[in-house]
Every structure is written in C-alpha cells, then in structure tokens.
Ligand binder design. Structure first.
Ligand code: SF4
Length: 377
C-alpha cells in the first residue's frame, strides 16, 4: 500500500506541468510561487492554486541574456522555463525578494516573461520588533491588491482564516510523515524527496489527504534493514541522481534543514481574529534559515541539535552553487556540527548538473568515515 501512495507522490513530483495542465483544464487559476517563503495562504484563500516554482534541470539558453554566469541556477532555470512557455496559463508569479538573486529574478521577469505578471512581496530584514509585523502585513496587502487588479478575484479575511487552518494542518502532517519515514530505513531518499517536492504542485487539501493515507500505512509498517542515519541541509535536495547516491550508499535522510523541504513546515500560524496579522506574525517567527536575517546565528546549533535528536551519524551540506546565503552559513554549520561530534561533508549541487559521480564518491567516503568511527568505538 505504501507503494501505491508513493507512486502518486512520485508522479506529481516528476511532472509538475501535468498538474498545472490538469488544474487549468478544470478551470482553476494558478499563481506561481517562487522561493523561499511566499504567502501561499493568501493565494489559496483567493481561490487560486498556488504552485511552487523552484526551477528545473533544464539547459539554459534564453535566460543567459539576463544573468551573469555566477548566479544560482534556481533563478536562471525559473526564467528559462518562463521564457520557453512552460508556465503558460498561470495568472501571476509571486517572487519574494528574500535574497539578492531573487530580487534580480523579479526585475528580470518583467521583461523576460511579460505575459505572466510579476507580483513582488517584500519582507523586513529585522523581523523581531512589532513594527516588522506591520511591515510584513503591508507587503501582503500589496500582494492582495495586485492579485485583485490582475485577476479580478477578491480577498476576504474569513476565507484567509480558513486557509490558515488548512496550511497549519498540512504543516503538521508534513512533520509527522517526515518523522514516520525516519523510523523506516526502507523508505528511499528518492521517495522521501517525492513527498516533499509534490507538495508544491498539489492543492493543499489534496496533498494533506495523501499524507494522511501515507501516515496510516507508515505507522503500520515494521522497519526493515539498517542504514546510516544522516541529516541534510541546504536549499534543494531533489535531484534524482543525487538522491540515488544516498540510496546506493545506504544513507537514510532522517531529518533535514532544506529550504524546499522541512524549513517550509516548521512554523505554524497562531490563529487569532486578524488572519493577515497572524500570517505576518508567522513570517516574523520563522527562524534558523540562511535567507532570513538572524543576528544571533542560531541555525548552526539548530542543525547540530536536529542531527543529535535524530540519532544521525552526520550532516550532509548540499551547497547550491552561487548561493551566497548558504555559503555564508556553511563554515559555522560545519563547526557547530563537528563540535557536536558529527561527521560533516559538503556536496556542491547545481540545477544543471549532469554527472553525480563526484557526489557519489563524497558520499562513499562519508559512509566509510562513519563505519571507521564506529569500529573505533
Ligand atoms: S539558491 Fe540561494 S541564491 Fe538562489 S534563490 Fe535560493 S537563496 Fe537565493
């Protein structure tokens, strides 16, 4: 039964365009959501299907006209897909300017893909003071007003309140399923990734329903085999060939600090009587993230703690090429994890990577280091 449910996650993760075409054929309107943290709840409450866009492993041709070579391949490939028409039919794209590359994406999008209107969303750097919530809220009001103007759909606080509850439910299910998968070594890294990746391409209610089915099955399944438990950290971890290297080396991802995975689901919304404020408040409470300003830099200790809590042997940093926010954090993460007695390794990844032999060798070395350490104990 796990296999039957996993197949649905896999199919969705592998073919987002099919999902886009399905929703459009049903007469639904789609709003594209660029990384990292967009107001999915607002978009959902206005009757759209919010669809995550995190780029793809495509050859970069046209997008090169807009970017220097040293910018991350996520923004380049989002632009390429937009220019070649893969997102045709979408009503708008929301791009949060949470890193310099995303700011550039927004500005370039206006010229590169004029058929799909660009809706910016701006958040505060300093998110702790009370005025940060007002600033965030004002940014969301701008999103609402842009979407209303572009599409004619309207916003209602009551609908947003219902959407906050739907997304909180989904967050909780994602966390529970992640823990349940961690208890079963037979769940492959590729399947774990499909569960996370598919969430960007399905309506939240559908994805939550599938998660509930999966969770029931996972809880009734006995663990099989033994693998080395690891934690991943980075922006993305969805390349099938890279995940295959984890599976080939007997490494089980038991938790993650990946922006496109668990970071999305860590922080729930505290639902009160002002849903827009509550949503802004959630953004201001997001933490342990490379793209969100944190003067105390708590992320390294968070990752080390996550690995310890999940009884992991080590941490694998998946470094997206030219991602400044992650590169700034990497030495601190490495130090905190090593001080906690964990084995740490780093793999540079890129949307356009074709060969993963080097990643395979790094993970093989990592596995041998873990085995050696165990023998020494
Ligand atoms: S990978 Fe890094 S640089 Fe690129 S969009 Fe994400 S946070 Fe920004």
């Amino acid at each position: 039964m796990i296999e039957t449910i996993m197949k649905k996650f896999r199919e969705t993760a592998a073919d987002p365009l099919k999902m886009k075409d399905k929703y459009l054929a049903e007469g639904q309107k789609i709003v594209l959501m660029a990384p990292v943290y967009g107001p999915y709840e607002i978009v959902h409450s206005m009757g759209f299907v919010p669809m995550g866009v995190w780029g793809a492993d495509v050859r970069l041709n046209e997008a090169k006209r807009y970017y220097p070579a040293f910018i991350c391949s996520i923004v380049q490939s989002i632009t390429e897909l937009g220019m070649r028409g893969d997102y045709a039919g979408a009503s708008a794209i929301i791009i949060p300017g949470q890193c310099d590359s995303l700011k550039v994406l927004g500005e370039n999008w206006k010229y590169a893909v004029p058929a799909i209107p660009y809706v910016p969303v701006v958040g505060p750097q300093n998110r702790r003071p009370a005025y940060a919530r007002d600033f965030t809220r004002a940014g969301y009001e701008r999103v609402i007003s842009d979407l209303e103007k572009i599409t004619g759909q309207s916003f209602s606080p009551a609908a947003l309140q219902a959407s906050l509850a739907a997304y909180n439910r989904h967050n909780a299910m994602m966390r529970e399923v992640s823990e349940a998968m961690a208890a079963l070594p037979q769940i492959s890294a590729r399947d774990r990734s499909a569960v996370f990746r598919s969430a960007f391409f399905m309506r939240v209610e559908e994805h939550t329903e599938l998660l509930e089915e999966l969770l029931r099955e996972l809880k009734n399944t006995r663990p099989e085999g033994e693998k080395i438990r690891v934690v991943t950290a980075g922006i993305l971890a969805d390349a099938p060939a890279l995940l295959q290297c984890f599976d080939d080396n007997g490494l089980q991802i038991v938790a993650d600090d990946v922006a496109a995975e668990s970071r999305q689901y860590r922080t729930d919304i505290v639902i009160g009587d002002d849903p827009l404020h509550d949503l802004a408040d959630r953004f201001c409470r997001h933490d342990h993230c490379s793209v969100l300003y944190d003067p105390d830099k708590k992320r390294p200790e968070y990752i080390a703690g996550l690995a310890k809590q999940h009884d992991a042997a080590g941490v694998i940093l998946l470094m997206t090429k030219f991602c400044d926010p992650e590169e700034f954090d990497a030495p601190l993460v490495r130090r905190a994890c090593e001080e906690a007695g964990l084995i740490v390794t780093e793999i540079e990844t890129d949307r356009q990577m074709t060969g993963y032999e080097q990643a395979g060798t790094i993970l093989e070395t990592f596995r041998e280091m873990v085995q050696l350490r165990r023998e020494e104990l």
